[in-house]
Design a protein around this ligand. Structure first.
Ligand code: HEC
Ligand code: HEC
Length: 282
């Protein structure tokens, strides 16, 4: 009898231990899974923030844009870069720090576009609000996680961003006018204006680096009438044209002078006209 009790006791203890160990293991697995989920969500959020703020200079798929920004789509290359500039910490901290504080002094003039000869040219503006940029520290961390775990955007997402979808019930504009608008919307998308400027009539135009361009046609007249205006335009059309080809002659109050300076050389006269006419109607 005594022996049976001892045997039962041993069995119960062993079973108990196994159950406890099993629960503990599962708990660990649950925690790990939850951590994975949180990480995945943060990476996804970083991808969206990247698409909204960074692709103008670094490309939709972080493949880089000649003259504007280097590629960021290769972890090994970024690790190499961190070493080159003498960064003592991890790749993650290099990313967070570079994005937050920007790159006030260029390390590679080939990415300064037309500004290489300008001694005050800034390579990349700061992004964290701690340095006067538009993003919160948590946003920067999520973008760094995204770049560290880089994966290309799926083609559907790119197509969705690049193709304007007309609003339901919207009147189709006159033929000639529709062509000009389509050209302008294409340019606004491809040249990355939408990464820095919000504009209700262009899908995906949600940038916050520059002013929203809604109502610009009406606003332009009062801007040039303002004594604070430092440019040369005398009509709203001229103002919009000047803002695109020569953004530094007048810098809108409250914004940094970071709009790319090369659009004047990049655009044909017809393309520039299409953009100006389109923006006049906003
Ligand atoms: C106005 C153009 C511009 C925008 C917009 C921009 N960058 Fe940059 N970025 C640059 C340039 C130019 C460099 C290279 C600077 C250099 O080499 O000195 C750079 C460098 C970097 C680097 C360092 C890469 C390396 O090779 O050392 C990182 C990381 C980076 N950018 C991330 C971002 C992120 C994230 C965003 C969006 C929040 C962003 N950038 C938006 C222009 C831009
Ligand atoms: C890297 C960010 C960036 C990109 C890309 C960019 N802009 Fe800008 N833009 C700005 C900023 C910042 C300002 C405000 C400061 C200034 O006046 O230069 C501005 C100002 C303007 C203004 C004057 C707005 C006003 O309220 O008076 C116009 C018009 C304009 N941009 C059009 C464009 C067009 C069109 C494109 C694409 C061909 C473009 N921008 C691309 C950042 C950008």
């Amino acid at each position: 009898m005594v022996r049976l009790q001892i045997a039962l006791g041993v069995i119960i203890t062993v079973v108990g231990l196994i159950v406890v160990a099993w629960i503990a293991l599962n708990e660990d697995a649950n925690l790990a899974r939850r951590d994975q989920e949180i990480l995945a969500r943060r990476i996804e959020r970083g991808a969206v923030l990247f698409e909204q703020n960074c692709y103008t200079c670094h490309g939709f798929n972080a493949q880089g844009v000649p003259g504007l920004g280097p590629p960021l789509n290769d972890r090994e290359m970024l690790e190499q870069r961190a070493k080159e500039v003498g960064w003592p910490g991890s790749l993650y901290t290099y990313l967070v720090r570079t994005i937050a504080a920007g790159r006030i002094v260029s390390t590679r003039p080939e990415y300064l576009g037309g500004k290489a000869s300008d001694p005050n040219a800034m390579a990349m503006p700061p992004w964290s609000e701690e340095y006067g940029g538009p993003l919160r520290p948590a946003d920067i961390e999520d973008i760094a996680l995204f770049l560290q775990n880089f994966e290309e955007f799926p083609p559907e997402l790119l197509a969705e961003i690049a193709t304007p979808v007309p609003e339901e019930g919207e009147q189709p504009p006159e033929q000639g006018e529709a062509d000009v608008d389509a050209v302008a919307i294409d340019l606004f998308t491809q040249l990355g204006c939408l990464g820095c400027h919000a504009l209700a009539t262009v899908p995906g135009a949600v940038g916050t680096v520059g002013p929203a361009l809604d109502g610009l046609g009406e606003r332009a007249a009062s801007i040039i009438a303002d004594p604070a205006y430092t440019g040369n335009a005398t009509t709203p059309e001229e103002y919009i044209r000047e803002s695109i080809v020569d953004p530094s002659v007048f810098v809108v109050a409250g914004y940094p002078d970071v709009m790319p300076k090369g659009f004047g050389d990049q655009l044909s006269e017809e393309q520039l006209d299409a953009l100006v006419q389109f923006l006049m109607k906003q």
